[in-house]
Design a protein around this ligand. Structure first.
Ligand SMILES: [Zn+2]
Length: 344
């Protein structure tokens, strides 16, 4: 007993140490990046919510953010923000055609009308800080002909002098106090408008049931064709049902949050019934009939309890959980925060 506890304790300790080491590494690394790029390192701050924060700053009027993102893979992200452009394709083309941007150092992940995001995935060793710094410089240089920097003006009204960056939900932007007020006001208005929507329940029920029937049929056919069921299938059905119900009602309400998981579970069970019906049809060499389907449906519980019904139900519940997550109420909130003290 004691040895297990001891082993556990030392494991927990070493894993905590490892996490600490990773964080220290990231902090040191971002500090180096900041020094090489002329940015500043702000622990805990930035768009990616990591403790190591990000290197943030303005070069030639362009806002640059460099930091770590860890979802399934570890990657370094370079975010470059510029004055809104009409044609973001031009930015994309400029980056793709640039000989100075090394294409083997990650890829252009997204281009919007006021930003580009470059992602550099790595597995064990982090890319050399010098290479990341060179990449950030090359990206900024190559878009100069097609996108402008901010030059200390508010991005929204383009008139008020705004020398300092403000984080809006973690994202560094130039926004004057007046426009911050306006954003708050607009979001309040959007929240009021959302509250004023009258949910259309008949439409929601009709589209939800339609989605559940289609999803169930697909689940049954796929299960029959490959003789397996997939958790992803149930999750997809959950999203599909949630999408249908929400398209119909136009709004997330308690009732919507109640019927989405119920429809999702019903859809998966209906899919199972189709699967068993197909199996019986093949086994008995019988044609499809609604009578047969009805017979299967009325004995579904007995059939399920002998087969993989429990697994289906578990999958359906997970799918319903995802569906609920997909159908959460939109947030109408903007948090403005000034940059803290950079690490020395
Ligand atoms: Zn402004």
């Amino acid at each position: 007993m004691q040895t297990i506890a001891g082993a556990w304790a030392s494991f927990a300790l070493s894993s905590r140490r490892r996490k600490w080491a990773i964080r220290m590494n990231e902090n040191e690394y971002l500090k180096q990046i900041a020094a090489l790029t002329g940015l500043q390192h702000y622990p805990l701050q930035g768009p990616w919510g990591r403790k190591s924060g990000s290197a943030i700053g303005t070069r030639d009027g362009y806002v640059t953010v460099i930091g770590f993102q860890r979802s399934r893979e570890a990657k370094i992200v370079i975010l470059l923000r510029f004055k809104k452009v009409e044609q973001p394709e031009l930015v994309k083309a400029a980056v793709n055609q640039s000989a100075a941007v090394p294409k083997k150092h990650g890829k252009l992940a997204e281009v919007g009308n006021d930003f580009l995001r470059w992602e550099w995935k790595y597995s064990f060793t982090k890319p050399k800080p010098e290479e990341v710094a060179r990449l950030a410089d090359a990206l900024r240089e190559c878009i100069k002909a097609v996108a402008q920097g901010f030059y200390g003006r508010c991005e929204h009204c383009t008139s008020a002098s705004t020398p300092a960056l403000t984080l809006m939900n973690g994202l560094p932007i130039f926004i004057c106090p007046g426009c911050q007020e306006k954003v708050h006001h607009e979001l309040d208005q959007a929240a009021i408008n959302y509250d004023a929507i009258v949910p259309n329940y008949p439409n929601g029920l009709a589209l939800g049931i339609g989605a559940a029937v289609l999803g169930g049929a697909a689940w049954g056919l796929v299960a029959y064709a490959i003789n397996r069921i997939f958790l992803y299938g149930a999750i997809l059905i959950g999203y599909f049902v949630a999408g249908g119900v929400l398209k119909g009602t136009g709004k997330v309400t308690r009732f919507v949050q109640l019927i989405i998981p119920i429809f999702t579970v019903a859809s998966v069970l209906f899919g199972d019934a189709i699967f068993y019906t197909l199996v019986i049809m093949k086994h008995e060499n019988a044609p499809f009939s609604t009578k047969l389907l009805a017979a299967v449906l009325s004995h579904l519980w007995e059939i399920e309890s002998e087969g993989s019904g429990v697994l289906s139900l578990v999958f359906a519940l997970v799918g319903a959980g995802y569906a609920l997550y997909a159908a959460r109420k939109p947030k109408f909130k903007a948090a403005f925060q000034s940059l803290g003290a950079p690490s020395a």
